[in-house]
Design a protein around this ligand. Structure first.
Ligand code: BTN
Length: 257
């Protein structure tokens, strides 16, 4: 879909008490991908633009996968321009996961963070996060967040986990209410983009780490390593205790063994 054709359902600024800067919300009914919309329009859109869509027709996930995006979910992307330091991308992704877990916990839903960027409830994936960055025309970062609220979409065969949704565990909220809570909390816990997103969050992430203390298989391209999930380091890397010692991974796909 040509992003120029997307007519906003609403467009407004959101400013939270105590926050230094507003968020600029563009709420669309349908778009290919909220992250693609921001990437294609980054030149003209201001810093802290948030694009949300009720439905995506070409939602994208990690590793070139699709992200099923029917009505009944939250699909949003945030533009940071100027970009935080590029090495913060995986840390910001983990911080966003921790914030989403906070929101789920407030609704009584216990969730885990499946490194690097999935949220899991009851062994099923409820949310995914996709950080992307670039340098043209000036450095930018886009943080994409997909959360299943009313519907758990079918997951193609071969994926590590089936899908879950908020409504399977508690009364499903309106997606725009979740968006506002997410942005408010992000402002609280990460007030300045030059702050390390994981500052003060490692304890919380550790307590929510999927498969902590369990054997997993980490796959990166043709390589795979089996080890016990042992934690996340300050750079956001996953620590696995393997037969050849502790190893830190900055990318890869986890599966239970
Ligand atoms: C993953 O789990 O692989 C990451 C999924 C990220 C999906 C979100 S939905 C909003 C934004 N737009 C996209 O096309 N992808 C992200």
């Amino acid at each position: 879909m040509d992003t120029q054709d997307a007519t906003p359902v609403e467009q407004r600024d959101i400013r939270f008490a105590g926050a230094r800067l507003p968020w600029h919300l563009i709420h669309l009914e349908t778009i290919g991908s909220t992250s693609d919309y921001l990437k294609q329009n980054a030149r003209r859109l201001p810093d802290r633009t948030v694009v949300a869509a009720d439905r995506q027709t070409a939602g994208r996930g990690r590793l070139g996968r699709s992200w099923s995006s029917p009505h009944g979910g939250l699909y949003m992307s945030i533009l940071f321009k100027p970009s935080p330091p590029p090495e913060y991308a995986p840390r910001l992704s983990l911080l966003a996961a921790d914030v989403l877990c906070d929101l789920l916990a407030e609704a009584g839903i216990s969730a885990e963070v499946k490194w690097p960027n999935d949220i899991v409830t009851g062994s099923r994936k409820i949310a995914g996060i996709l950080p992307e960055g670039g340098s043209l025309p000036s450095p930018w970062m886009v943080l994409g967040v997909g959360l299943n609220i009313a519907i758990a979409p079918e997951i193609p065969d071969g994926r590590a986990l089936e899908a879950s949704c908020w409504g399977a565990w508690a009364s499903p909220p309106a997606s725009m209410d979740v968006l506002a809570s997410f942005l408010r909390r992000l402002d609280e816990v990460w007030p300045d983009r030059d702050d390390n997103p994981l500052e003060g969050r490692l304890g919380s992430l550790h307590s929510r780490l999927w498969c902590l203390g369990h054997l997993v298989r980490m796959t990166r391209g043709p390589e795979s390593v089996v080890g016990t999930v042992s934690g996340i380091d300050p750079e956001g890397r996953l620590l696995l205790a393997t037969s050849s010692g502790m190893q830190a991974f900055d990318s890869g796909e986890l599966r239970p063994v």
